[in-house]
Ligand binder design. Structure first.
Ligand SMILES: [Zn+2]
Length: 184
């Protein structure tokens, strides 16, 4: 951040009185610009035992496959965000079920949340941000072309859990060069 979003003057990076972290502070209007993690919400959309994936039409990871997910908007719940992203990216209406994964990605200041979901009528397509979407059997997942580590982990866990049919909430972290740690 270079300029104050309230008054347009240059900001300074400093620890405000009574705080213990560096913040962007405006010396002109005294606004403290707090920056907090962003939430990405998405679904694992299932239809007749297969998982719906979208092939990205945007960077980063153009052409790679992803679960439908995106940044949460103000004034919506995480379930609403997950359903909205699924509709936008895969043109698929879903019934949101239980929370499934919550994956912290601290080095990029994000938290990724995926819900299990079922397609309402089996219909899907390609939204603006997708080249195509397609249902994949559990043995057909294009592992070499999966877009993001949080999507990969969610798919790995989901397929593991289909063996027992139990899908407990899985909370984990992803750190740089460290994709496998801290699953609990
Ligand atoms: Zn200002």
């Amino acid at each position: 951040m270079k300029y104050c979003s309230s008054c347009g003057q240059p900001v300074e990076l400093k620890i405000p009185q009574g705080d213990n972290r560096h913040r962007f502070v405006c010396p002109s209007c005294e606004t403290i610009h707090y920056q907090n993690p962003r939430i990405v919400a998405g679904t694992v959309p299932v239809w007749e035992g297969r998982i719906l994936l979208c092939r990205r039409a945007i960077e980063p990871r153009y052409g790679y496959w992803t679960l439908p997910a995106g940044f949460m908007e103000n004034s919506e719940t995480t379930q609403e965000a997950a359903a909205r992203e699924t509709l936008e990216e895969a043109l698929a209406e879903v019934t949101i079920e239980d929370l499934y994964t919550m994956i912290h990605v601290p080095h990029i200041d994000q938290v990724h949340i995926f819900y299990r979901a079922t397609l309402t009528n089996g219909q899907f397509g390609a939204g603006e941000e997708s080249l195509e979407s397609r249902l994949f059997g559990l043995h057909e997942i294009p592992w070499e072309e999966i877009s993001f580590p949080t999507v990969r982990r969610t798919l790995e866990l989901f397929i593991e859990d289909t063996r027992t049919g139990q899908y407990p909430v899985r909370i984990s972290d992803i750190r740089p060069r460290d994709r496998k740690t801290a699953v609990r």
